[in-house]
Write a protein that binds this ligand. Sequence first.
Ligand SMILES: Cc1ncc(COP(=O)(O)O)c(C=O)c1O
Length: 471
Amino acid sequence: MNDGNAAERVIQDLRRAATAAVVGSRLPSVRDLTARHHASPVTVAAAIRALVREGVVEARPGQGTYVAARPGDHADPARGDLSWQTVALGARRSGEEELQALLAVPPAGAIALSGGYLDPELQPSAALGAALARAARQPGAWLRGPAEGRAELRAWFARDLGLRADDMVICPGGQAAISTTLRALAAPGDTLLVESPTYLGALAAARAAGLVVVPVPADAEGVRPDQLRAAFTRTGARLFYCQPLHANPTGATLAAHRRSEVLDAVREAGSFLIEDDYARDLTIDGTAPPPLAAGDADGHVVYLRSLTKPAAPGLRIAAIGARGPAGARLRAARLLDDLFVSGPLQQAALELVTSPAWDRHRRALRRELRARRDALLAALRRHLPLHDGPVPDGGLHLWVRLDPDLDDTAVATAAAAHGVIVFPGRPWFAAEPPAPHLRLTYAASPPELMDEAVQRLKRAVEASASSRRAL
Ligand SMILES: Cc1ncc(COP(=O)(O)O)c(C=O)c1O
C-alpha cells in the first residue's frame, strides 16, 4: 500500500464530503476511512489533521470528525456573525445526535427496519380521526382544564395499578415523562442506574439532567437482581430506570422470579424505580405480567406510560404515576415544563382508548406485529443467522449480535448504502458495548419486505467484513 496516495485519497474524500454536507454534520469515522481507502489509522489521522489545519473539518476528541464552519458562515452580513455562540454554548451534550438519528426519515426506496414507532399502516388512523373530531366538538374543548390533566384520562391510566387518578399527571409523550421525572427526582451529579443496554433517549435525558449514568447488567430475563444490589451498594444511587416489559432495545421481559427480588433491592436501597411501561399494549405472545407499580406498597415505583407506541407518534399523551412527596414534586415539575397538555388531544386520547375500536386495534396489532416479527426471524434464518437469543414476545424490535470483528456503526452505514435502514447498537449502552449489535425494528415494514430487507443487510454485512479483512 502506498501511504502517500492513501493519505491523498482520504483528504479528497473528506473534502468532498465536507463540501457537500452542512456545517456541523458528522463525517465518516477513522474506522470507515481506514476500511474504505485501505489506509492505516495513522495515515487517516494525519489526513484529518491536515484538513483541520485548513479549517475544512473539526475533530472532536472521542466523538468524531465534523464539517467545520465555513468562514462565510460566520460573517454573512445578512445573517449576522454567530461565532460568539460557539464560545457561549461550550461543549455539545452527548446523546442528542443519536436521538435525532432515531427520528430520521428513511430515504425513498430504502426498507426501514428502524424508527421506533408503528408504521402508518398499523396506526389506528380512522379511530384517531374520529376521536379527535368528537373531542373538538365537546363544549369548552379549548378551555384550560386541570393542570395535572383531565380527571377521566388520569383515572384510565391509574386503573389496574393500585394508584388513584390523583396520583397521575398527564404529559406530552414518554420522552417528556422521562425528562421530567429525572429532573424532578434527582439533582445534577446524582447517580442513575439503568439496565444495560437501555433506551438511548433515557440515557440522553439523564446526561442532559447532569446525572451520572451507571449501567447494570441485564440478560434475557431482564435486569440481574444480584448486580442491581451491588450497584446500589457501590454507588448509593436513589434512582433506577427500568423497562420490565419487552424492553427497548432487547425485547427482554423481567422474569416472574426476579420481580420481587428487584423490588426488594429497590426498597432496601431506599430508592425509586422508574418503570417505563412503553410496551404495555405491544405484547405478541401470551399475556403481559402486570406492571411492577401494581405490586408496590410503599411508593417506590414511579410509573410512566405513553400512548405513542401503540397508537401513533402524533398522539403525544403519556402519564406519570407516583405517590407521596414524589408525586407532588412531579406534578410541580410538569407545571414548570409545560403548564399543561393540550385539552383536545387529551380528550381525543380518552375517546380513543375507551372506544370499541381500541380493543379491535390492539387485537389486529398483535396479529400484525407477530407476522412481521416472524417474517424477520425467518428471513434471518434463511440468509443471515444473526439472531441466537430468545424470541421477543412483544415490543417493536429485534436485537441481534454481530460478529465481534465487525463495527456496528460501519455495518449500519453500509446497510443504508444497500437500501435498508437499521440502527447500530452502540448508543444503547451507557458504557463500553460488550459486543457489536444492531436493532432491527420489525414494526417498521410489512412482512413481505422482510426477505428483501435481510438480503440487503446480508450484502452490507459482507461488504463490511471484506473491507475489514482488506486492512
Ligand atoms: C422505551 C421508550 N420510552 C419512551 C419513549 C418515548 O416515546 P414518546 O415520547 O414518543 O412517547 C421511547 C421512544 O422510542 C421508548 O422507546
